[in-house]
Design a protein around this ligand. Structure first.
Ligand code: ZN
Length: 411
């Protein structure tokens, strides 16, 4: 193989390792593992391992992704498997020299500087320094949860916990961010890898378990897992999970703001609302009373949503029709909603949501009394400030509920 011009290998940090650690390793002249991509105008060769021995000035071995130690493959591409490093003191622009059969070809390794990933959005409007410190738990890794995670990460949030016990199935693919290569994997892990391939220094813990509190063990586990969380995004679309989250946060008197969001049948529209226990706010139970406890008053907006969501046939429920773009449409606003809540009390130039409850539609719909709600572009259909429901056990003024009965079943 003859190379017409000096080559360049773009080296990006593998998500399996920490970039900063690798840079330190270079500085200490120890073994170095990198991943990257060799490219000329037409060809891509994936490079996952590059080892330097003793010092960056020493001999290294270039290996390939699919067969890390197959020297014959290396020879077919480079004719000779060894590199000679002619590094500068600036480790970011380490230069290597290939000894090829046709002669020496200098190859430049450009190390991707992760700091530059966010350079386009690093401005006053987006306080990246603040967002970087935040930790968000996302419960539900479906088409909404996965896109929410991606957009929060792309906005600068660096710490996450993903909670979901679902596996990625064929019928998910057309609306989910992950592709066919991830089929059969836990959604949590597939989404984690998807995000890390883009932003490698995001810290993501995953929990492959449904958020339910059947036993004391569940309760203790989630209490431990959600330490240090700044926001919980409840996007599973399942009421039992949302009740569990609500009960969990209020029983423990956790000062963690929450966002609940979901779509209506067929993704005709959706809603999102935030609950900030730090302000003694209303709760999920105030909005959707549990069937066994009942509620004398369902807010008007929720009553409307109830009819739209639950007056569907079984077939409709199972089919869950609706376009991915309609889910995404709602989710992008949800991401903004979450950022605004994460930045409470911190000056920022992002959109501020003055109300706690929002609902909107993707197309014209008819309510159960056949009244048409006309879809008008991206205009919100409804927003208001929800308040506490006096019949809610968490907000009753007349009695102190005994929460422990829900969660103290021994395992
Ligand atoms: Zn309540």
């Amino acid at each position: 193989m003859t190379f017409a011009k000096p080559l360049k290998i773009l080296v990006y940090p593998s998500f399996k390792h920490d970039y900063q650690v690798k840079r330190k390793q270079i500085a200490k002249s120890s073994t170095l593992w990198l991943s990257g991509r060799y490219f000329d105008d037409y060809t891509l060769y994936h490079v996952t391992g590059l080892t330097t021995v003793q010092s960056p000035q020493s001999i290294g071995v270039l290996t390939l992704e699919d067969s890390p130690l197959d020297v014959s493959k290396l020879q077919s591409i480079f004719n000779f498997p060894f590199l000679h490093a002619t590094s500068t003191k600036d480790f970011i622009n380490l230069k290597f020299r290939f000894y090829l059969s046709e002669g020496n070809t200098e190859v430049e390794f450009e190390f991707v500087n992760l700091d530059r990933l966010f350079v386009r959005i690093d401005q006053k409007e987006t306080p990246l320094g603040e967002l970087k410190k935040k930790k968000v738990a996302i419960i539900g890794m479906g088409s909404g949860g996965s896109l929410l995670a991606l957009y929060l990460a792309k906005s600068g949030v660096k710490n996450f916990i993903f909670i979901d016990d679902d596996l990625l199935e064929t019928h998910n693919i057309i609306r989910h961010i992950c592709d066919l290569s991830q089929l059969g994997r836990f959604k949590t892990r597939a989404v984690k890898d998807y995000i890390l391939a883009r932003i490698p220094d995001v810290q993501i813990e995953t929990i492959e378990q449904k958020f339910v509190l059947h036993t004391k063990k569940d309760f203790d586990f989630f209490l431990e897992s959600l330490q240090g969380i700044d926001l919980i995004a409840a996007v599973s679309g399942e009421h039992d999970v949302n009740y569990a989250i609500n009960d969990f946060v209020h029983t423990n008197q956790l000062a963690i703001p929450l966002v609940y969001a979901g779509t209506f049948a067929g993704v005709k529209g959706g809603l999102m609302f935030k609950v900030d226990p730090r302000k003694g706010d209303y709760c999920y139970h105030c909005v959707y009373a549990k069937p066994e406890t009942g509620s004398s008053s369902i807010p008007t907006t929720i009553e409307l949503e109830h009819k739209i969501t639950y007056d569907r046939t079984l077939q409709e429920q199972l089919a869950q029709p609706g376009l991915g773009l309609d889910v995404d449409n709602l989710t992008l606003l949800l991401a903004k909603f979450c950022l605004d809540l994460l930045l409470t009390g911190i000056p920022h130039g992002l959109y501020h949501f003055p109300y706690n409850f929002y609902m909107w539609y993707n197309r014209t719909i008819k309510t159960s009394d056949q009244t048409a709600i006309k879809y008008d572009g991206l205009e919100l259909y409804y927003y208001e400030d929800l308040t506490t429901d006096p019949t809610c056990p968490f907000h009753s003024t007349s009695s102190v509920p005994n929460f422990s009965s829900d969660i103290n079943n021994p395992d």
